[in-house]
Design a protein around this ligand. Structure first.
Ligand SMILES: *Cc1c(COP(=O)(O)O)cnc(C)c1O
Length: 823
């Protein structure tokens, strides 16, 4: 954003301003205190979240140096005292103030603004258009899909004076929402992507939804839309001047006729303009949605006066929008964050934020960055990069591109510069990369995927992909079932159900888990060695290694009396208290003490103050099935009585916890102080009651290694049990039972998804490979095959072979690469 004087801004608002000293100008506006690294020139705006009030984090922001605040009027006056000498604006609606600030920044902007709305494709059209236009303009675009009331404001705040163009998307879900977004964006060029059924329930009919969306285009000079969308097209024709409307269609009669025809592996797009000029574009995309999005992009770029040839060059660099950041393991113990898709400052900041969450202990934090193509003020760009390097504690900066060499002096860390990607590849050895966390971010033209390939660990191409957005979604789903204040312990035992304990643990720490739990002490130590600072409960510490537990701040479970006696006898030598969780067996009959043990437990606790009871818990044996309801309730009742007796007699006030994932859904009223979330985090709802509310977080995929055409009757694999019913093709996939793809999936018991079709496994699954019938699908070597994900679902797969998703997930072998994606 441009520099804004806060007290001047405040004096124009009708809210109460408490001036502090000094009166600072602001350059950054932040709503999440965790994202502040140095609070200089920063404004913290406390918005109301669904569970937390933003003002609760004001002191955190203050501690980080922030001295400018917008707080809700209702925040406690004790808070204001803690923010000594700060400039504080007390407002009825901090969100409105944020939007006002965004509007000021927008109005100061001299360049053009493009506003995109519609039901689908907004983000992709924005990303692609930005990519095509970036050849000619220094532009700003909304990060990711920041299109809400908050997102749009933050997007507009990102516009800097040196930009020439900004592309912002706007999304609404109910009436009366667009006006505020229009006031911020004030686009001169509009794009209406399309109208679909999303949020229909909030509108009288589709036309009222179109009308609401079109409020964004109130003052546009040009409006791009698809004439074949009848309802949209009719409404626009009745309400917008012909000089404003720019339509495209498959058929003649629109301003741009853009018809599509399949062509080799892709599509040809024939264009004829109003002036009868023609041109043919080529793209590798073939699907309907992408072709619609592309034609919006082409029309918008043409309307901005871009030459077709230049647009074509841009199209060649496009690929399915993979805005996802991927965390992979690399050679020499390095971890790679692959963001070789595009390069702009907003994206850089998001990627650095993601890197920041993945704490490494041993190695350096390294950023490999290609030059950011800017026509504007180059020094401002370098300054911003330098600032980010400092904010995120980067140890080594590696710049690729000619411009970096001269600006090296600006950077606050060690830096190396390479003229182009080839010289970096040649000079890679000189960097001594080992155990480092490396963010690789470059514009498409730099082909940074070659760097990623070179640094990637040599593993076979079978991947378990963990979608962190889905993980977060599922976490939030369980959280909203619980009363505010109930803690969530996440079970990350067994390598986080196969998903990778360090990465998932770090992410859980970021999204607000309160506790983690593992089965064995080693697993806990592993988490500590990977930067996890949350409290960790160890379920089965075996014989207590007090030193190890203390060194790594692990909280053991005490599940039998003998353990407690031994602990009590040995803890005298121990300095400080040992937090433990007492497990009671109310009916699971696995681990845990029983009612008979209770008196002695109390006795020991009364006499040994070094044993601190951090938690008391029990585990339910049948929370996932209605038929066990009485049994479950009796378990919960016993727990209530026993835990109460223990607390009454010892005076301790531990966290009480009983519920696993299934229990949270069925018996949320028994959550007590904390729940223990496990399988649900990965999108598996074992009660089968709320499956549709969760998102699958794990996808197992591999590639086709070979394709064979076989005659009718030919047999496939060991034991010749697979038989071709007709002539057809068989694909060999690079996964077998050694990777955890169960041998019981043989002979059509499981299907895999290839080229959008579910096809059966043919013959027996082998140790390292298996075969699938891909007759008629035109499958090629290297094509992707999905073993489970959205489809086929792991739940159905487990059902098919008489097991449970837990077993399939935790059985995925160490040879399978884990990759973490965040969109
Ligand atoms: C594994 C485990 C859980 C989590 O179970 P899910 O069914 O995966 O939710 C909870 N508590 C204990 C004691 C566990 O062992």
């Amino acid at each position: 954003m441009q520099q804004i004087n806060f007290s001047q801004f405040a004096s124009n608002q009708s809210s109460l301003f408490i001036p502090g000293t000094p009166d600072e100008s602001i350059l950054f506006a932040v709503i999440d205190s965790r994202k502040i690294h140095s609070g200089k020139e920063t404004l913290f705006i406390a918005l109301q979240g669904s569970r937390h009030a933003g003002w609760e984090f004001a002191t955190d922001a203050y501690a980080k140096g922030v001295r400018n605040f917008i707080l809700p009027k209702i925040c406690p006056s004790s808070l204001l005292k803690k923010l000594a000498n700060a400039n504080i604006l007390l407002s009825i609606s901090p969100l409105k103030e944020l939007q006002q600030l965004a509007q000021i920044n927008r109005e100061a902007f001299r360049g053009a603004v493009i506003g995109i709305t519609g039901s689908n494709g907004k983000t992709i059209v924005k990303e692609w258009l930005a990519q095509v236009l970036s050849a000619q303009f220094n532009l700003w675009k909304s990060p990711k899909s920041y299109n809400s009331q908050i997102g749009v404001a933050l997007s507009a705040l990102g516009i800097n004076p040196q930009h020439q163009l900004a592309i912002l998307e706007a999304g609404i879900s109910a009436p009366d929402e667009m006006k505020a977004l229009q006031e911020i964006i004030q686009p001169q060029l509009g794009i209406f992507t399309n109208i679909g059924s999303a949020h229909d329930e909030n509108f009288k009919d589709t036309t009222s939804k179109i009308i609401e969306k079109c409020l964004l285009f109130k003052d546009v000079k040009f409006l791009v839309y698809n004439k074949d969308q009848e309802l949209v097209s009719n409404y626009l024709a009745s309400s917008f001047d012909p000089s404003v409307r720019i339509s495209w269609s498959d058929k003649p009669g629109a301003d741009y006729v853009l018809s599509v025809k399949p062509h080799r592996n892709g599509t040809k797009i024939y264009m004829m303009g109003k002036d009868l000029r023609t041109f043919t574009f080529y793209t590798s995309f073939r699907d309907k949605a992408s072709l619609e999005n592309l034609r919006h992009v082409i029309t918008a770029a043409l309307s901005l006066g871009m030459e077709p040839l230049m647009i074509q060059q841009g199209l060649e660099l496009l690929h399915a929008v993979d805005m996802r950041l991927t965390l992979k393991s690399g050679l020499n113990g390095c971890k790679l964050i692959d963001d070789s898709y595009n390069n702009d400052l907003a994206g850089l900041e998001l990627a650095l934020e993601f890197m920041h969450q993945q704490v490494t202990t041993s190695g350096r934090k390294i950023l490999i960055l290609s030059e950011i193509q800017q026509d504007g003020d180059i020094t401002a760009t370098f300054k911003k990069i330098a600032w980010l390097l400092g904010q995120y504690d980067i140890d080594l900066f590696i710049g690729v591109g000619k411009g970096f060499e001269e600006s090296k002096a600006l950077f606050p860390c060690e830096s190396r510069c390479f003229e182009d990607t080839d010289s970096l590849l040649k000079g890679m050895e000189t960097l001594s990369l080992s155990n480092d966390l490396i963010l690789i971010k470059g514009a498409r033209v730099y082909k940074f995927e070659r760097i990623v390939q070179k640094l990637e660990a040599l593993a076979h191409e079978t991947i378990l992909e963990i979608n962190l957005n889905a993980l977060r979604h599922n976490f939030m789903h369980y959280r909203q079932k619980l009363k505010v204040g109930t803690k969530i312990m996440v079970m990350v035992k067994a390598f986080a159900y196969g998903g990778g304990a360090a990465e998932i643990g770090n992410y859980l720490q970021e999204i607000g888990a309160d506790y983690l739990s593992v089965a064995y002490t080693d697993e806990g130590i592993f988490l500590r060695n990977n930067g996890i600072s949350l409290p960790i409960m160890v379920m089965n510490p075996g014989s207590f290694h007090l030193d190890l537990l203390q060194t790594h701040a692990l909280e053991p479970v005490v599940y039998n009396l003998q353990q407690l006696r031994t602990l009590s006898a040995s803890i005298d030598d121990y300095s400080g208290e040992l937090p433990v969780h007492l497990e009671f067996d109310t009916g699971m009959r696995r681990l845990g003490m029983t009612e008979e043990d209770l008196d002695e437990v109390i006795e020991i606790l009364l006499h040994n103050k070094k044993i601190k009871v951090a938690g008391i818990f029990t585990h339910l044996a049948g929370a996932d099935e209605a038929i066990h309801k009485d049994y479950t309730l009796s378990q919960l009742a016993s727990f209530e009585i026993w835990s109460k007796k223990l607390m009454d007699n010892t005076g301790c006030r531990p966290l009480r916890h009983c519920l696993n994932s299934a229990g949270i859904i069925r018996y949320p009223e028994y959550a007590h102080d904390m729940v223990r979330l496990g399988i649900g985090l990965y999108g598996i709802e074992v009660n089968k009651m709320e499956q549709n509310k969760l998102e699958p977080a794990m996808v197992l995929k591999t590639v086709v290694s070979q394709v064979k055409t076989l005659a009718k009757g030919a047999t496939v694999g060991y034991g010749r049990v697979g038989k071709m019913k007709t002539e057809g093709e068989v694909a060999t996939l690079a996964i077998g039972y050694a990777d955890g793809y169960d041998r019981r999936f043989s002979n059509g018991n499981a299907k895999v998804l290839i080229k959008g079709k579910l096809v059966p496994i043919l013959g027996n699954v082998c140790m390292d490979m298996c075969m699938a019938d891909v007759t008629g699908l035109n499958v090629c070597v290297g094509d992707e095959a999905i073993l489970f994900g959205e489809q086929p679902s792991i739940i159905d797969l487990a059902d098919k072979i008489g097991t449970i998703p837990y077993e399939l997930l935790t059985g995925i072998g160490p040879r399978v690469k884990r990759q973490y994606v965040l969109d």
